[in-house]
Design a protein around this ligand. Structure first.
Ligand code: 3EB
Length: 329
């Protein structure tokens, strides 16, 4: 019998992963380009726009002026709003975003629960699976033990989701910000076809983290191979080995461990080793004073790779740096 995959006439056409780039541009111009699925600005200085495809991320960029991040697909894009959710779709892809003020919901747990319940409700109207999700959380390390905002976020996320990711978690990022508006921002990328979740053999899967990291284990995959296998979406990756944080207090050692973890993900996903000029990454740096050193090390270790240096808090207070991004085949 001829396998569907060997017969070009019946092989389903899997959509090319959105092109992800950083570019100095103004949002209007970027949004007017054909195929623009989403545009992100960074920090309070970024302009605003009513376009549902535009998101001003609550994290500051260490580069001034900061570039925009663009997601571009093959084909026409349409967009709209569904209650609190902004969305756009084109080329087989779906972008959706929700932004809630924690003050309106009485804390991180309730806000995360509401955001995820709304996203779940919206996704119920679409036949798409979530492949990648980003979470930007106000004062992520505020509070002690199970009351820490990140742990509250994990509780609320799981409660809002219910069994929505029962078939497998998407790749994810969860980073803290200090924007005075106390916003929880969640946005996602989905496709009609599933991806392939990738775990890191050097790390315990997040959903199996032991109790010490909170009541509710964080639900995310370490990376997601896109349906057409043309790109790997890499989750927030830090100096976690097994389930433990490594190299407490040592920025350079944490960065090295993070790069080793990134290489392990590429190898596991059968992607070429290393990153190139088409592999947009973000480095989230907790302490502004560390930014120049992180930039220097990454320029040396990842020459030519577009890395956006972002001021952001990793969800464990001892971790000083985290990297996420894309590896295109
Ligand atoms: C870690 O390895 C770092 O809660 O969605 C990274 C990526 C982390 C996603 C999430 C958390 C999340 O555990 C933290």
């Amino acid at each position: 019998m001829v396998q569907a995959s060997e017969n070009p006439q019946v092989r389903p056409v899997l959509p090319r992963t959105p092109h992800v780039t950083y570019r100095m541009a103004d949002p209007k111009t970027a949004l007017a380009e054909p195929g623009t699925l989403a545009v992100f600005g960074f920090g309070a200085g970024a302009p605003d726009s009513d376009d549902p495809r535009w998101l001003r991320v609550a994290l500051e960029c260490f580069d001034a002026p900061a570039p925009l991040e663009l997601w571009q697909v093959d084909g026409d894009v349409s967009c709209g709003r569904h209650d609190a959710v902004r969305w756009s779709t084109g080329g087989g892809w779906l972008f959706a975003a929700i932004e809630l003020n924690e003050r309106d919901f009485g804390g991180t747990e309730a806000t995360a629960r509401h955001a995820y319940a709304e996203l779940r409700r919206f996704m119920g109207t679409r036949e798409q699976s979530v492949l990648r999700i980003w979470n930007y959380i106000s004062d992520i390390n505020r509070g002690d033990g199970d009351a820490e905002c990140y742990k509250q976020f994990c509780d609320g996320r799981a409660a809002g989701l219910g069994d929505f990711f029962a078939e497998g978690f998407p790749a994810a990022t969860a980073i803290g910000h200090h924007n005075g508006e106390h916003l929880l921002q969640v946005y996602l990328l989905a496709n009609g076809d599933p991806g392939t979740a990738i775990e890191n053999p050097r790390q315990v899967s997040a959903w199996r983290y032991p109790r010490q990291y909170g009541r509710t284990s964080p639900g995310f995959a370490r990376a997601m191979l896109m349906p057409a296998r043309d790109a790997l979406a890499i989750s927030g990756t830090a100096a976690v080995v097994g389930h433990a944080s490594a190299h407490e207090g040592d920025l350079e050692a944490q960065l090295n461990e993070t790069l080793t973890n990134l290489e392990a993900l590429l190898a596991t996903a059968d992607m070429p080793a290393g990153f190139d000029t088409h592999s947009p990454l973000k480095a989230y740096v907790r302490r502004p004073v560390d930014a120049p050193r992180v930039r220097e090390i990454l320029q040396q270790r990842l020459p030519g790779v577009p890395v956006l240096l972002i001021h952001g808090d990793v969800c464990r207070s001892e971790l000083l740096v985290e990297i996420d991004g894309w590896r295109f085949a």
